[in-house]
Write a protein that binds this ligand. Structure first.
Ligand SMILES: O=C(O)CCC(=O)C(=O)O
Length: 259
C-alpha cells in the first residue's frame, strides 16, 4: 500500500478523489480482464448499433445477461475482496452498499468528444443538483484494465457549486460545449493496476484514447436514498451469495431492497 488510509480519507474529503498506484497485482488484473473481456465481447455483439454509433460505456456487468455464474462469482468476489473493501471503508465508514458496475471504453467514432458532467445532472434539475452535492454521494472505484489517459477532475467540486464557466460547459449553455476545456480540470493518467476513487457528483470527464477499458464499481452509503438505482439482476442470487467470501457489500443492498 503506497498511501496511508487516513491520508486517502483526508484527500477525498478535501478534493473529492484519490489514487492508489499499483494497487492491484498483475495477476489480479489478468483474471479480471478475462471476465470483463468476455462480457464486453458479448455486449458489443448484442448492442452493435449503439456501440458503433454512440456508446462509450456499458453497465450491469455483474448481471446474468452476458456472464455465466462462474464469471459473475469471480466478479462479485473481486468487488468485495477485503483489499478493495478496506478502501471502500475509507470513504464510506458504515454499511457501504453495492450499486452497480460500468465499463468505460473508447467510442467507435473518433469525432465523439469526452464531456464534462456531474452524475447527478441526469436525474436532477439545477436546484436538485445543488442539493445532491450537499448530501451523501455515490463513489466510483475506477479500475483500468489497460494503461489509459485516465480522468479529468475538477478538485473540490464534489462539495461546491459550479463557477459560471463550469455551469455553461457542462450544461451546454450560452454557446459553450460540454467538451470545452475547463481551466481547473486536473488530468489523472492511470495505468493498469491503479485504483482511482472519486465522487460521482464532482465535475469530471473520462479522457478518450489509448486502449481504454476501465471497470467502475459504484458504491453508496446505505443511509442514503439510492436503492431505486439498483437493478435486481446485477445482485447475486442466494446460491451465488453463499459462495461470496465477504458478502456484506451485497447483503447491505439486498437488505435495502427488501425494505
Ligand atoms: O470514462 C468516461 O467516459 C466517463 C466516466 C464517468 O463519467 C464516470 O465514471 O462517471
Amino acid at each position: 500500500m503506497n498511501k496511508k488510509y487516513s491520508q486517502c480519507r483526508d484527500e477525498y474529503s478535501e478534493v473529492g478523489y484519490f489514487v492508489l498506484r499499483d494497487f492491484f497485482t498483475q495477476t489480479e488484473i489478468a483474471s479480471l480482464k478475462t471476465v470483463i473481456l468476455e462480457f464486453h465481447e458479448h455486449w458489443k455483439v448484442d448492442n452493435q448499433t449503439f456501440y458503433n454509433e454512440e456508446a462509450f460505456n456499458s453497465s450491469l456487468i455483474t448481471g446474468s445477461q452476458y456472464l455465466d455464474d462462474a464469471g459473475r462469482l469471480s466478479l462479485f468476489n473481486f468487488i468485495s475482496s477485503s483489499k478493495l473493501l478496506e478502501v471502500v471503508h475509507t470513504v464510506i465508514k458504515q454499511n457501504p452498499a453495492f450499486m452497480n458496475t460500468q465499463l468505460f471504453f473508447n467510442p467507435v467514432r473518433p469525432e465523439q468528444k469526452d464531456f464534462w458532467h456531474r452524475d447527478c445532472q441526469y436525474d436532477h434539475d439545477l436546484e436538485g443538483q445543488k442539493k445532491a452535492i450537499q448530501e451523501t454521494q455515490v463513489v466510483h472505484f475506477r479500475i483500468p484494465l489497460f494503461d489509459e489517459l485516465g480522468m479529468e477532475l475538477v478538485p473540490g467540486s464534489h462539495v461546491r457549486w459550479d463557477n459560471e464557466q463550469e455551469l455553461n460547459v457542462r450544461e451546454e449553455l450560452n454557446g459553450y460545449q460540454s467538451y470545452d476545456d475547463l481551466p481547473l480540470g486536473k488530468k489523472i493518467p492511470l495505468a493498469a493496476g491503479d485504483l482511482l476513487v472519486f465522487s460521482a457528483d464532482m465535475i469530471h470527464r473520462g479522457i478518450y484514447g489509448l486502449d481504454r477499458l476501465a471497470l467502475d464499481v459504484l458504491v453508496f452509503d446505505s443511509s442514503a436514498d439510492f436503492i431505486d438505482y439498483v437493478d435486481d439482476d446485477c445482485l447475486p442470487e442466494p446460491k451465488l451469495l453463499e459462495q461470496i467470501s465477504n458478502p456484506a457489500l451485497f447483503k447491505n443492498t439486498l437488505r435495502l431492497k427488501s425494505l
